[in-house]
Design a protein around this ligand. Sequence first.
Ligand code: C2E
Ligand code: CA
Ligand code: CA
Ligand code: CA
Length: 278
Amino acid sequence: AKALGRGSFQIYADHLAEDFNRRTQLESALRQAIDLDELYLEYQPRFRADNGQITGIEALLRWRSERFGQIAPDEFIPIAEESGQIVPLGRWVLDRALTEFSACMHRLPPDITLSINLSPRQIQSSDLDEDILLAMRLHNMPGERLDLEITETFIVEDYVDCERFMQRLTAHGVTFSLDDFGTGYSNLVSLSNLPLAALKIDKSFVRDLADRSNHLAIVEAIIQLGHNLDMRVVAEGVEDEQQLACLQQLHCDETQGYYHARPQAMQSLCERFSQADV
Ligand code: C2E
Ligand code: CA
Ligand code: CA
Ligand code: CA
């Protein structure tokens, strides 16, 4: 910092202060987001890699703030996690996603699942499993139709609680997928003991599939590992035909990404994949 001189240090300090201010302001705006009706969901479909059939849709939270405009989840989710607001936000997501999905479910192909992302903090709130089971009953949602996406952090933070939580829900037919696989530091033995139905390969590996031979090797190894452990393997962030072709060749089970479909309103997905008037 010395070499930068006083002026540069001042600029750096100002930046830090600005970041801090924005965070604080977003945090307080987020507290009112539910009441002000600023949140909504988009859904991104997943497809079988071999025949292109839709297999499921993932709910993704969106926030359009009156004061700050559209804020990306990568910015507001970490703030919500740190402030604990992810707990009420997560309940909102669950309720809204089940409401929208169950309204559309009968028009979609019969085995399509709804995936919901869970943060580690949510499982630490004592009754997440009860909340989920209650929401399923309320919306007449069979457990087989619900998939929960968790990350390695989720598991690492409290393995015993996590295992109990997963077992309680899998007993009702709910499945679990491990999100962002490859970016964490999980213990593979622990992972293999959990009831995981799928591994999702993080999009950072998919992006450079063609240009970086180490990423190709990693993706190939993840697919092998998943299959050897009887899990499905899903690649996220598929943006072009070459990536898809490569994943097909490696026998990846499912793909998701802008190449197939962007996240969108339930209404538009429902129209695109509706079975009613085929
Ligand atoms: P994620 O669960 O890994 O979701 C995948 C992200 O990749 C989404 O970003 C999605 O819009 C984006 N994506 C999909 N296809 C492509 C593609 O082809 N290329 C690229 N570059 N990106 C693609 P999004 O919606 O901005 O969400 C970011 C993260 O925020 C999510 O990552 C998830 O960790 C978190 N998140 C979103 N909604 C929720 C939620 O309801 N609850 C929790 N706990 N976290 C959420
Ligand atoms: Ca996800
Ligand atoms: Ca991811
Ligand atoms: Ca993520």
